[in-house]
Design a protein around this ligand. Sequence first.
Ligand code: PGA
Length: 269
Amino acid sequence: MARTPIIAGNWKMNKGTDGEATELVRELKPLVAGSGGAEVVLCPPYTALHAVRQAIEGTSLRLGAQDLFWKNTGAYTGRISGLMLADAGVTYVIVGHSEARGRFGVPEPDFTPDVLKHFGETDVTVNRKTKAALDTGLVPIVCVGETLVERQNGHTDGVVQTQVQAALNAVSAEQAAGIVFAYEPVWAIGTGEVCGADEADRVCSVVRATVASLYDDQTAGDVRIQYGGSMKPDNAADLLARPHIDGGLIGGASLKAADFAAVVGAARA
Ligand code: PGA
């Protein structure tokens, strides 16, 4: 069965006020009108989920969140559960983003080791969050990818395989088939440096082969895999034409309506 392309805008810690979020969606809606060809997801900060939910009502746009905690309720100050997100109208949730793992494409000089502890996502917590998302009816967008040093040392495939395997620990084939993976080479995130389409497709095929090795070819064929890392209008069509790239996770370019709409247009073409 053909996989439906999926383009998700990861707004990160931007456009998080009601006013900013509503304005961006207002600009975006006429540009991405029509439902055909690709799924389009907006992942604003938690504070703007409600405003974006209202603004996209009646459209084919879907709501996503940028993280979740794996417990449903309890004494976990500052955490947000999958149950809460589902109730807030969320259908997709980003899990294991490299920034949450403390792996930044653009160096953060003031993030000393004690500060970096705040970005402590690990393969184990990614797995818990992936399962929590699935169990609460959300679709996890599980992010994997290597740093520049890992790439230079020839560890790209191993890093990606390890991250995919860990995320899928104790996940059934049926649930795994519905997951979206995002291959995001850390060195390409927010840097303007895009991974070449051939190489991006090759690593996405490594993700798919890893899923096949854990389950079967059908499950691997159902999984959708996005590329993320400086995807923008002038490189999106090339990336999205590749057989293993089923969409994009868009950071910077998702904050400009025209740019995001152009990427969506490339996915629909
Ligand atoms: P970028 O971010 O498009 O700004 O590189 C992508 C991401 O981090 O998901």
